[in-house]
Design a protein around this ligand. Structure first.
Ligand SMILES: [Zn+2]
Length: 70
């Protein structure tokens, strides 16, 4: 009866890097914005991407092409 052991390990900690999708070893995960990463590098990469996206939405023109109301 060893099914319990395997399931426990899998269920307790199975994280995958949000950038490269690699499995992250327990204790080696880096958390940014609620996501897990296998290295500082990828955490950094993700952070930059988030910032870029934020800037884009900020700079994106608001929907006022068909002016009129307000
Ligand atoms: Zn990674």
């Amino acid at each position: 009866m060893n099914f319990n052991r395997g399931e426990k390990v899998m269920g307790l900690f199975t994280r995958y890097c949000g950038v490269c999708g690699r499995k992250i070893e327990k204790g080696n995960d880096i958390v940014r914005f609620g996501k897990h990463f296998d290295s500082e590098e990828h955490a950094e990469q993700y952070t930059k991407e988030i910032e870029k996206r934020r800037q884009m939405t900020r700079e994106a023109p608001a929907r006022r092409s068909s002016g009129g109301c307000c």
